[in-house]
Design a protein around this ligand. Structure first.
Ligand SMILES: [Zn+2]
Ligand SMILES: [Zn+2]
Length: 115
């Protein structure tokens, strides 16, 4: 197991490596990160309360990542990898104005991002 590298600004996450993500200012949920399926995750949000924050969590392994222009697949509010249906994360749209993310699926090592 490689070490988890984590940087969080103006937010907090319920567990060490995943679960609910909160805005530090209004304490509302902004997203949910699935523990076991990401290799690398970045989430920059603008909360409806005016706060801006970011979450970066990842495992450095030196593996080769394949960038993709494909969209993540929505299955029951969870954004999933379109290659293998790995559940990756959820965005709590009702509490945030804007979000920019990138995620690498651990199973197929494909990287997805919005904008
Ligand atoms: Zn907030
Ligand atoms: Zn995948």
């Amino acid at each position: 197991m490689s070490e988890l590298i984590k940087e969080i600004e103006n937010g907090r996450i319920l567990k060490n490596n995943g679960s609910w993500m909160y805005c530090n200012n209004c304490n509302k949920t902004v997203g949910y990160l699935v523990y076991s399926t990401y290799q690398d995750f970045e989430f920059n949000f603008n909360c409806k309360c005016g706060n801006q924050g970011s979450f970066k969590l990842g495992y450095q392994t030196g593996v080769l990542v394949k960038p993709s222009l494909d969209k993540l697949k929505m299955i029951k509010n969870r954004l999933c990898c379109p290659n293998d249906d790995s559940p990756l994360f959820t965005i709590v749209d009702k509490n945030i104005k804007k979000v920019k993310y990138s995620v690498i699926c651990k199973k197929c090592l494909t990287k997805y991002a919005n904008g």
